[in-house]
Design a protein around this ligand. Structure first.
Ligand code: AMP
Ligand code: ZN
Length: 462
């Protein structure tokens, strides 16, 4: 293994920066909680995707591409999914396929590498049942009225990650009171489904998993009983990650689930919490219509990942100006990992200190402008490590914002109605809808998924 600047990562579990020591340097393993696919992902959801993409790139740089496994799941069973599918009159499968397709396009446009594995919860029900059975066998879980609950008092050091005072955890858990719970803090591993709800046969009757058990099952299947790094947004520390730890540790009998727990800070918009009711809700789609993906990425990386980030048009404008200046210089050189300067490597290896790494980029840009060729080549190389300067120069210069005012919801409804018409072999109607969408500047691409189901992706014609 080549020697590199020691990678240091802030571990939420210990509340300090630590030297990163993989369990097996020949196989570094990273798990990040992925999206629940029922709606467009928003710009806040893009933050963990971009932050952990940079970590993934850095791990590959240090340990070699073949020695890092990145798993990011797709949650495709969830009560929000059931509700949204019913509301839109489509099947759950149609909704999750459509949303996952959009998500993939969005994150690719943000310059994110594909994870090595992208497991879907519905394909890991057997592993979930296995873990729940182990937990019952070990006395860490019990069945009650068709539910299976994790018994929090059965785990003496429950709460180590979030370090929440017990009374606060109890108060939080009381939001979800149920007569069948032995303790207020106990949480659901498995719950019964009505005939209309999605469900799978299990030793406890037909039902579906709770949210937390999904990640314990998928990380186990693809990374093993213990692994190196587990990531997500700061809101997932409690209860989601705390409960993942409880499940995995008690099921497999280890003192850890993952060695390092990393959490990104929250994103707010123009100084306010993003919410639909405030009208400042920005989907990744919206953002990509107004800005190149790399501008969004660069703008995201300018703030340290653990700090809150204020998403503003002013900073996006500045990010675009900066990349516009750097691009023509960077594109004159081929990127090479061998010439990444030590100060850049040091900054990025210090718990992903991107603000400092970007300061190095700016210095290299300045030197390259003064005619130092090595600085230009280094600019290209450091940028490449961060997923920047990946477009050709004509592509970068030729980028234009999509026509404003596309009503995505309206478009998606038309697209769905058209799929329904095609399924009903009403081709006159489906052609009419294609024309209507074309009139809105929307281009359609029809295809089939692995099960032969019709799927249609759409994009704004530029
Ligand atoms: P969710 O779909 O709410 O489960 O979120 C998916 C991922 O996005 C999780 O890792 C969340 O922690 C993260 N996330 C959600 N909202 C924000 C936000 N406003 N800022 C940063 N990360 C967020
Ligand atoms: Zn998770």
């Amino acid at each position: 293994m080549p020697q590199h600047k020691a990678l240091r990562l802030y571990n939420t579990l210990t509340r300090q920066k630590e030297d990163f020591v993989p369990i097996d340097a020949g196989h570094v393993r990273l798990y990040v909680c992925g999206p629940t696919v029922y709606d467009f992902a928003h710009i806040g959801n893009a933050r963990p995707i971009i932050v952990f993409d940079v970590l993934y790139r850095l791990l590959r740089h240090i340990y070699g591409d073949a020695h890092v496994t990145y798993v990011r799941n797709i949650t495709d069973v969830d009560d929000k999914i059931n509700a949204r599918a019913a509301e839109r009159g489509i099947t759950i499968r149609e909704l999750t396929e459509e949303t996952a397709t959009i998500f993939h396009k969005d994150v690719a446009a943000l310059g994110c590498l594909k994870p090595a594995v992208e497991p879907r919860a519905t394909e890991h029900i057997a592993e979930m049942i296995d873990i729940v059975s182990r937990l019952i066998g070990a006395g860490n879980a019990y069945e009650a009225e068709g539910h299976v609950l994790f018994s929090v008092p059965s785990m003496p050091d429950y709460g180590r990650l979030s370090r929440r005072p017990l009374d606060e955890m109890i108060a939080g858990a009381r939001v979800d009171v149920a007569a069948y719970k032995r303790d207020d803090m106990d949480f659901v591993l498995w719950k019964p489904s009505t005939p209309e709800e999605p469900g799978w046969d299990s030793p406890w009757g037909r039902g579906r998993p709770g949210w937390h058990i999904e990640c314990s099952a998928m990380s186990w299947k693809h990374l093993g009983e213990t692994f190196d790094i587990h990531g997500g947004g700061i809101d997932l520390v409690f209860p989601h990650h705390e409960n993942e730890i409880a499940q995995s540790r008690c099921a497999f009998g280890h003192s850890i689930m993952a060695s390092v727990w990393m959490h990104n800070g929250f994103l707010q918009v123009e100084g306010e919490k993003m919410s639909k009711s405030l009208g400042n809700f920005i989907t990744i789609r919206d953002a990509l219509a107004d800005w190149p993906g790399e501008v969004i990425r660069f703008n995201m990386l300018k703030t340290h990942y653990r700090q809150p980030i204020d998403w503003t048009v002013a900073s996006l404008r500045e990010s675009k100006r900066e990349l516009d200046r750097m691009y023509p210089i960077a594109k004159q050189y081929a990127a090479s990992p061998a010439i990444i300067p030590p100060d850049f490597e040091m900054a990025i290896s210090d718990d992903l200190n991107m603000p400092e790494a970007i300061t190095v980029l700016r210095r290299l840009y300045g030197e390259a402008q003064d005619g130092v060729a090595l600085a230009g080549a280094r600019l290209a190389s450091c940028g490449h490590l961060l997923g920047l300067f990946e477009k050709s120069l004509p592509e970068w210069i030729g980028w234009r914002p999509a026509s404003a005012g596309i009503d995505e919801l309206h478009v998606q409804r038309l697209v769905n109605a058209r799929i329904a018409a095609r399924k009903a072999k009403n081709f006159a109607e489906s052609d009419r809808m294609r024309d209507e969408l074309a009139g809105l500047g929307i281009q359609l691409k029809d295809g089939k998924d692995a099960d032969g189901e019709l799927v249609t992706v759409w994009e704004v014609k530029r």
